[in-house]
Design a binder for this molecule. Structure first.
Ligand SMILES: [Zn+2]
Length: 92
């Protein structure tokens, strides 16, 4: 597909594809979006990280490792801001 297509041309092609029973360009993009991003990316709190524990899994970045599950800070994701705000999952 050429990059020099205008949005009008894309729209026309999209309509033609829809008429032919294919997914339209906009639908195709939306479908792609759904597959790549199943849910909105949560806001992360870069001061904390999550270990593998069920209940108390949020650690401060000053902690390198969870004593309970042996998760390492360097291999764990940042905590979600919403869960940090809840304040009930802190491991320390
Ligand atoms: Zn843990």
């Amino acid at each position: 597909m050429s990059e020099s297509w205008t949005s009008d041309e894309l729209h026309t092609a999209s309509e033609a594809m829809k008429r032919a029973g294919h997914m339209g360009y906009e639908e195709f993009c939306a479908e792609l979006d759904r597959q790549i991003k199943p849910e909105p990316t949560p806001t992360l709190n870069t001061e904390h990280w999550d270990c593998e524990c069920e209940e108390k899994y949020i650690h401060c970045k000053s902690v390198d490792r969870c004593d309970e599950c042996d998760a390492l800070r360097g291999e764990s994701p940042d905590s979600r801001q919403s869960e940090v705000d809840e304040g009930i999952h802190f491991a320390y």
